[in-house]
Design a protein around this ligand. Sequence first.
Ligand code: 6GU
Length: 259
Amino acid sequence: MRLDIISIFPEYFAPLDVSLIGKARERGTLDVRVHQLRDWTHDVHKTVDDTPYGGGPGMVMKPEVWGEAIDDVIGEGKPRMIVPTPSGRPFTQELAQELAGEPWLLFACGRYEGIDSRVMAEYGSRLQVDEVSIGDYVLAGGEVAVLVMVEAVGRLLPGVLGNVNSVTDDSFAPGSMQNLVEGPVYTKPPVWRGHEVPGVLLSGHHGKVARWRRDEALRRTVRNRPDLAAALDPATLDKHDRKLLEELAFRVGPEDVAN
Ligand code: 6GU
């Protein structure tokens, strides 16, 4: 997969040299190219922004420099273009899976109040363009959001993760324990500072271990993600699940307020 990233802070992407993504780049699984937007300015100050039409706070990134940069980076090619912005569609595991199936992604990182909207209109008529948000909070720029997306997408590429199962076990992966977050995990030693590993995990009884893990996943989902718990499909719950949810004073059903 080829990834192009255009930003006024290319240094932000140094982490892509390390860990799983760095290894994938060394192997050639990932071809990551980071570009300095200011290389496409023509003035001595390398200006990339200007005041917003209609007034208001902050600055808007100028369309001309973005147009020249994107034209040069893509040439005759047609990458899928991702524009990180807090006003975008939510970045989810489903979108990560979809992006992992693309041969070429172009990330256009805005700073300030965003990029002149005509840039998205222009390329939206030639490429698939998605404005994407990584969550309900505001970052100073799209760079960190792009790091998040590249890591989430990169680990899904064939051969990037050592263990194929670590992808299918993901909390939000299709076919994992649907709509449940994962429960706690333990390794040796069996007792640490007086805290014991739950005995069932040492029992060697696979059925009991699986049941315990599901119980813990349900507990944690109710406690930390009442939104996911409220959306549980009753058809995916067995009698044991229902009993546990009852004990947690959690009712499944449309009328119920979370918790
Ligand atoms: Cl993608 N960009 C910025 N600047 N802030 C965000 C975001 C993106 N997603 C959530 N907050």
